[in-house]
Structure formats: C-alpha cells, structure tokens
Design a protein. Structure first.
Length: 147
C-alpha cells in the first residue's frame, strides 16, 4: 500500500531570480529553501492557501507552442488583477468571452500562458486576504525592468 499526491505545479523560466520574484508577487507566495545542489536549477514557492507548491525550473528551451497545462487565477475584480499582474511584468494575450465566462489569458515574462477568471470557487476566494499593495510593485515599475 502506498500514497501519492500532487506536490508541485512546475513552471519553466529562463531566469530563476526573476521567475521567483514574478511568481511570488503574482501569487502572494513565499520562497522555500531547496537543497544547495538544486538551487541553480529549481526554486520552490509556498502558496498562502494550498499545500501544493509551485516549482520554478530553469530551462534554456524556447517556447514553441501552447502549453498543455497552465494556472488559472480567480479574482473578484478581473481588471484590477490583470492590471496588478501587468505591473509585475505579465502581458495581456487574449480576452475570452465565448466560453460562457469573461476572462483574460496572459503571458508571464517567459511567454507561459495563465488565465485570470471571475470567481469559480467564491467560498475559497473569500478566504484569501485582499491585495493591499504590500506584495505589489509600485505602479509603472515592473519586475522586467521596463516601464
């Protein structure tokens, strides 16, 4: 008899420091320690409301097509959340309205897709602390170094 569970959602990035800063700020996550031998390749983030970790993996592979898996973030204010994520370095890619929901597909600074959705699980969303600016970059300043 054995056990198994989902432990990581892995995101490929070319720059681990930048990836850690972007995804920690985007998700309100904190970095956890990984073994020194793993640090040149991996960084681990703990989410504030989940036992699943985000694992950032350094890669020099270029993105060639749409991801087969991605993150969906839910929010009670789509425009405010998309604007917050853009300030961190995300870019708007596709505004979707034809699937029964109005949501945005964004790209992280490495071109990985992720979505910003209206509330899907409102009871769980209500348990999250609202963004107060503490984990956000000042307006006009992004983690990519551009304005």
């Amino acid at each position: 008899m054995h056990r198994s569970r989902l432990c990581y959602f892995v995101i490929d990035v070319s720059d681990l420091d930048h990836g850690t800063a972007f995804w920690a700020a985007a998700l309100g996550a904190t970095e956890e320690t990984v073994p020194p031998s793993s640090r040149p390749i991996y960084r681990r983030l703990r989410l504030p409301d989940s036992e699943i970790r985000v694992l950032l993996q350094k890669t020099s592979d270029t993105k060639t097509s749409k991801e087969r898996m991605h993150l969906d973030l839910e929010t009670d204010d789509i425009e405010a959340e998309v604007t917050r994520l853009e300030a961190l370095g995300a870019t708007r890619w596709d505004h979707q309205t034809e699937r029964g929901w109005d949501f945005w597909v964004l790209h992280d600074p490495w071109g990985n897709e992720f979505c910003v959705l209206p509330p899907m699980l409102p009871g769980l969303l209500a348990q999250r602390d609202p963004w107060d600016g503490a984990a956000e970059v000042q307006a006009g300043e992004s983690l990519t170094g551009t304005q």
